[in-house]
Design a protein around this ligand. Structure first.
Ligand code: ZN
Length: 69
């Protein structure tokens, strides 16, 4: 089953430092991929990827499901 993200606000306050190049990467659905209970963030700056915790993403209102308003 393919799970989709509910898109966060355009001005997401959360940024995570890339573990490869240390660029502050804005957490957006385009760069985040769910992987077996974790999330992998793909850095647009260096092309690297690294796992992040779900707790980190929830702070940016990135959800794996879209509920009713
Ligand atoms: Zn990077």
């Amino acid at each position: 089953m393919d799970r989709r993200f509910h898109r966060p606000p355009l001005e997401s306050p959360l940024r995570i430092s890339c573990r490869v190049c240390f660029t502050r990467v804005g957490v957006e659905p385009d760069v985040v991929e769910p992987v077996d209970g974790w999330y992998v963030l793909h850095c647009p700056a260096c092309g690297g990827s690294f796992p992040v915790r779900r707790e980190d993403l929830s702070a940016a209102e990135v959800e794996e499901h879209s509920g009713p308003d």
